[in-house]
Structure formats: structure tokens, C-alpha cells
Design a protein around this ligand. Structure first.
Ligand code: GLV
Ligand code: MG
Length: 351
């Protein structure tokens, strides 16, 4: 284990100093694009400003014979696009693949100044983060990059879930984590073939009335991902990094998608992946606190004055703990409204 002072020293001579805090920028949606697809790549400049994060995907969903085209496409897009306040991320190939080393060797010198975050798939433990951490420092030093590229891990292996706390704490480069329900299901040998969301077979059923076990008994679908998202949120919050939901593969089912996103938001996630334009609006709606919630939170904060003691508002008890919850809501609302005049107006009109 590195000592606490060494933790914030660069891992290569000439590499930028590690950040002390993860900079919070609006991060409601990580919008995936395929940089090997010229038609899709041509649309990227028009997406700037409409999504919080644009991610050039190099890993799964890119065919083996398109890996180099994806890498080259991403470099070209990054070099020729002004991203403004929109973050640029990439998902590199997994550490056990033959492509990842070339991904990093090509991307860091060419577009290292423009890349905010590198998403690392199939992370199994802190050793994977140590490897990336040192390699990025060496490449940043060599290329003269002025600020560290941050690292985001996908939680999508059983080993990764076992080691989630150690992964979150592995480096000051850690920016956050996403749930990867598809790979995680395979790794755990779960019997779902879906990408995220519920499953009709994972349920609880109400008790029989008068022993009538075959009568129509209401059933309730349960959330397959609750445990993992909650563990990820705790690991991230305890290490002051940001948790995200991952992919929701049933693009047509915008209703269940909204439910899944909202569960993640309520549990503490700051954003989600969006795989299709139709999911962008859902993510924006769900991961921006509602105007009503913001107005209520402001009311509680105002009523609580210095934050000590207890008051009743509309029959609900408020104290130090509820003020803290309300500050989370208002803090997020203010950060989002600073970049979004529509949200700013909605939040202002409810005060
Ligand atoms: C994402 O990469 C997933 O496997 O769900
Ligand atoms: Mg995956």
C-alpha cells in the first residue's frame, strides 16, 4: 500500500499531479458513439452541448476488424471537434485484449489533452487500476499532458463486485464507476440474457388466501441490480467518486428504461449510459432533480436556519439529517442549472 503522501505524487517523472478532488461537471448521460462508423461519427459535432458526456466506444459492439478504424476515428473526431463544456470520454478495450495497449499508446499522445476520462471495462480488482494508473502517468509524461486523464471502472465481473471498495480507493485518478449488467450477468452465471432491467421470473408472490395456491395471486417483479448498485454507490460515495448506472438494452421500452434510471438516481447515481438518442431525454429528466423536489429542499433549508434543532413542515419532521439530504438536492440542482438555462428557469419559478 502506498503511503498517503505518495498517493498524490505523479507515478512518472514529468506526469501531471494527481487531482485532490474529482471535478464535478454535469454528468447525467454518458452518450456512446461508434467512432468506426463514419455516418455516426459525422453526427458527433452536432451532439456537443446536447449531452453531458460523449464517449467514443472502442470495446464491445465494435467488431474485431473495426478496432483500428474506431481508434483512428476517435482521434480524428477529437482533433477536429470543439467540445465546449461537453466532456469527451472513451471506453478502451479490456486489459486482457490484444488491442488495449495500442489504444493507450495511440490515444494519449494524440488527444490526451482533450480526453477527460478513460473508461476501463471488466475491472477485476485494484491491480487493474494500478496498471492503468502507472501506464497513463508514463504516457502523459512522455506526451507532456498538462492534467491527469481520469479513470472510470466498469463494474461487470463477479471479482470486480467482490473488490468494489478496493477498486474505488485504488488511485486518485479514479473518477467513478458504472454498473455493467450484461457482462456482470455472464460473469456471475445469472440466467438473464438481457442488458439491464428487470426479469419477469425474478419476483415475489403474495401469500395464498384460504390455501388457494393456484388462485390469482399478485406478483411483484424485483430488481436484479439493487444489491450491486447499492454496493457501488457506497464504495463510490465513501471514496468521493461518482457512481453511474450502465446500459439499458431494450431501446424500445422507454418506460422500463425510465424506471431503471430513476431507481439508480434515487439510490445515489449521478448519471447513466445512453445508447440511443431516445434515452438522452429520459436521462436528462431523471437525473435532474424535479422542480418540486428542489423547491421543497429550499423550503426545508430556509426553515432550518443554522441547521440545528428540529422543525415541522407540513406535518413532516425536519432536522440536521433532512437538511443534509436537502443540500444534496439543491447542490445538484444549482450545479446543473449553471449550465442549463431551461432548468435554471424551472428551479427559479418554484421558489
Ligand atoms: C456493459 O459493458 C455491460 O456489460 O453491461
Ligand atoms: Mg460490458
Amino acid at each position: 500500500m502506498r503511503n498517503p503522501r505518495a498517493f498524490f505524487r505523479p507515478l512518472a517523472v514529468g506526469a501531471p499531479e494527481p487531482v485532490q478532488e474529482v471535478p464535478f461537471k454535469p454528468s447525467r448521460m454518458i452518450h456512446f458513439f461508434d467512432p468506426s462508423n463514419e455516418r455516426m461519427a459525422a453526427k458527433v459535432p452536432a451532439l456537443v452541448g446536447t449531452v453531458d458526456i460523449l464517449l467514443g466506444n472502442l470495446e464491445d459492439a465494435i467488431q474485431a476488424d473495426r478496432k483500428e478504424a474506431a481508434r483512428a476515428g476517435l482521434i480524428n473526431i477529437a482533433q477536429t471537434t470543439d467540445f465546449g463544456a461537453t466532456q469527451l470520454w472513451t471506453r478502451i478495450n479490456s486489459l486482457d485484449s490484444p488491442w488495449v495497449l495500442d489504444d493507450l499508446l495511440a490515444l494519449v499522445p494524440a488527444i490526451g489533452e482533450k480526453l477527460d476520462v478513460i473508461m476501463v471495462p471488466k475491472v477485476e480488482g485494484p491491480e487493474d487500476i494500478y496498471y492503468i494508473d502507472r501506464l497513463l502517468a508514463q504516457l502523459e509524461a512522455k506526451a507532456g499532458i498538462s492534467r491527469p486523464i481520469l479513470v472510470h471502472a466498469i463494474l461487470e465481473t463477479a471479482a470486480g463486485v467482490n473488490n468494489v471498495e478496493a477498486i474505488a480507493a485504488a488511485s486518485p485518478r479514479m473518477q467513478g464507476m458504472s454498473l455493467g449488467p450484461a457482462d456482470l450477468a455472464a460473469s456471475r452465471r445469472m440466467k438473464t440474457t438481457r442488458v439491464g432491467g428487470g426479469h419477469p421470473g425474478y419476483l415475489v408472490r403474495t401469500d395464498p388466501v384460504d390455501g388457494e395456491i393456484n388462485a390469482d395471486r399478485p406478483i411483484f417483479q424485483q430488481d436484479l441490480w439493487h444489491y450491486t448498485i447499492a454496493a457501488m454507490v457506497d464504495a463510490c460515495a465513501a471514496n468521493e467518486i461518482l457512481p453511474f448506472y450502465g446500459p439499458f438494452g431494450d431501446i424500445a421500452d422507454v418506460v422500463a428504461c425510465e424506471d431503471q434510471f430513476r431507481n439508480a438516481f434515487l439510490l445515489g447515481c449521478v448519471g447513466t449510459w445512453t445508447l440511443h438518442p431516445v434515452q438522452v431525454g429520459i436521462a436528462r429528466k431523471v437525473f435532474s432533480p424535479s422542480a418540486q423536489d428542489v423547491a421543497w429542499a429550499r423550503k426545508v433549508i430556509d426553515a432550518m436556519g443554522d441547521g440545528t434543532g428540529a422543525v415541522m413542515i407540513d406535518g413532516k419532521m425536519q432536522d440536521d439529517a433532512t437538511v443534509k439530504q436537502c443540500r444534496v438536492v439543491v447542490g445538484l440542482a444549482d450545479a446543473l442549472a449553471a449550465n442549463d438555462p431551461e432548468l435554471a428557469a424551472a428551479y427559479a419559478s418554484n421558489v
